[in-house]
Write a protein that binds this ligand. Structure first.
Ligand SMILES: [Ca+2]
Ligand SMILES: [Ca+2]
Length: 175
């Protein structure tokens, strides 16, 4: 084999390897939402949350998840935060294994007559990992209903203090 041919073959091999390395992540099976029961694994989630009341009603905190590929959000529970002081609100269920984004949606903001309903979430715990909702690592996706998780009007949030309708998101966890 001539030197040029050998060099050409080596180049092809390198290109082939790099292509494989680059595209391998996309070859993983997509989430279909049709996993059989045996595939599901237990997940326990809790928040430490408090609220302020309007018309004697506290905030609602909804827990939404989506597989990190795609935009298939699903509400898995909601808690009514009726106490002013911080309390733990928990959920346990099952999900297909995979990487998920977790979001806490605050859907019932209201104010008037000197009252202002707000939701304060201090931390989110998924299985054994606790996420402190302080710092600038998370995102507030403003809006009510489907607009809460539409990826529009997103701003950085420096705490879990939700004072208007929207979703605190950007927390990823491997189930
Ligand atoms: Ca939005
Ligand atoms: Ca408010």
């Amino acid at each position: 084999m001539k030197g040029e041919q050998l060099a050409f073959l080596v180049a092809l091999l390198v290109i082939g390897f790099l292509s494989l390395a680059t595209f391998t992540p996309y070859l993983e099976a997509p989430f279909t939402g049709r996993a059989i029961a045996d595939d599901l694994v237990s997940v326990s989630v809790s928040v430490n949350a408090a609220g302020t009341l309007y018309a004697q009603q506290g905030p609602i905190a909804q827990l939404w998840v989506r597989p990190s590929e795609g935009n298939n959000w699903k509400r898995i529970t909601q808690w009514k935060i009726s106490k002013v002081g911080y309390n733990t609100y928990a959920y346990s269920g099952k999900l297909s294994p995979g990487m998920y984004e977790f979001a806490i949606v605050y859907p019932n903001d209201a104010q008037g007559s000197g009252q202002d309903r707000n939701l304060f979430v201090e931390s989110l715990k998924v299985n054994d990992q606790s996420f402190a909702l302080v710092g600038v690592n998370y995102v507030f996706d403003k809006g009510v209903g489907r607009n809460a998780l539409d990826g529009k009007t997103m701003t950085e949030i420096d705490s879990g203090n939700l004072k208007e309708n929207g979703a605190l998101r950007g927390i990823f966890f491997q189930i």
